[in-house]
Design a protein around this ligand. Structure first.
Ligand SMILES: N[C@@H](CCC(=O)N[C@@H](CS)C(=O)NCC(=O)O)C(=O)O
Length: 205
């Protein structure tokens, strides 16, 4: 029998999960949150949802969908089509995709990785993660200097995809003070209806 409603399998300290929660809440969609820590992600049950063993995974009725950015695209099209979270025109869609790629690339390898190493005790190269973050933040600062949002004149899923790990960059030892336009953008995202912060990681608290 098809599961009713929306279930989000995730982790409270995962920015990939947080971006999906921001979208669900902005769309005012009720959902059940199933906390899926590392050991749960290795079970056969979880691997049947996502063979890569990663959160987030979204279940919406019969649909099971992994990958935070894929989930944002789905929610924008399926539940927010009238709200322009993902433009349909070729250039508008491409500009959003560019930032989804940056979220999966520089954001994941930069501020996400730095935070994993410093605040969550994972192995990794902090120097490299800092270098990637510095380059990303310099680009975002210059890009946002004349703009309100990342990919359009209005908020899109690109903003949600990039928000969580950039906002928590200080937990990875990366200061945000040198980036006033990035800070102004972060504060703008925090005003989107339904916004809730991601908790600070335990070491950073
Ligand atoms: N591309 C995936 C990456 C998700 C991801 O890296 N999730 C982390 C938590 S933030 C995870 O589940 N890691 C466990 C693992 O990779 O084994 C997405 O955007 O959802």
């Amino acid at each position: 029998m098809a599961a009713a409603g929306i279930t989000l399998y995730g982790s409270e300290l995962s920015g990939h999960t947080h971006r999906v929660e921001l979208m669900l809440r902005a769309l005012d969609l009720p959902y059940r949150f199933v906390s899926s820590p590392a050991q749960a992600r290795r079970t056969a049950e979880f691997l049947s949802l996502n063979p890569l063993g990663q959160v987030p995974v979204l279940q919406d009725g019969d649909l099971i969908l992994a990958d935070s950015n894929a989930i944002l695209v789905y929610l924008a099209k399926r539940h927010g089509a009238d709200q322009n979270w993902l433009p349909d025109d070729p250039v508008g869609a491409a500009l959003v995709q560019r930032w989804l790629s940056i979220a999966a690339g520089e954001v994941a390898n930069g501020p996400n990785m730095a935070r994993l190493i410093v605040a969550l005790g994972r192995p990794g190269d902090h120097g490299k993660a800092t270098e990637v973050t510095d380059r990303l933040l310099r680009f975002m600062e210059q890009h946002l200097a004349g703009r309100t949002y990342l990919a359009a004149a209005h908020r899109t899923i690109a903003d949600l995809a990039c928000y969580s790990y950039v906002a928590h960059a200080p937990e990875g030892g990366i200061a945000l003070e040198p980036y006033p336009s990035v800070n102004a953008w972060l504060r703008r995202i925090e005003k989107i209806p339904g916004f809730k912060p991601m908790p600070a990681s335990p070491i950073a608290q």
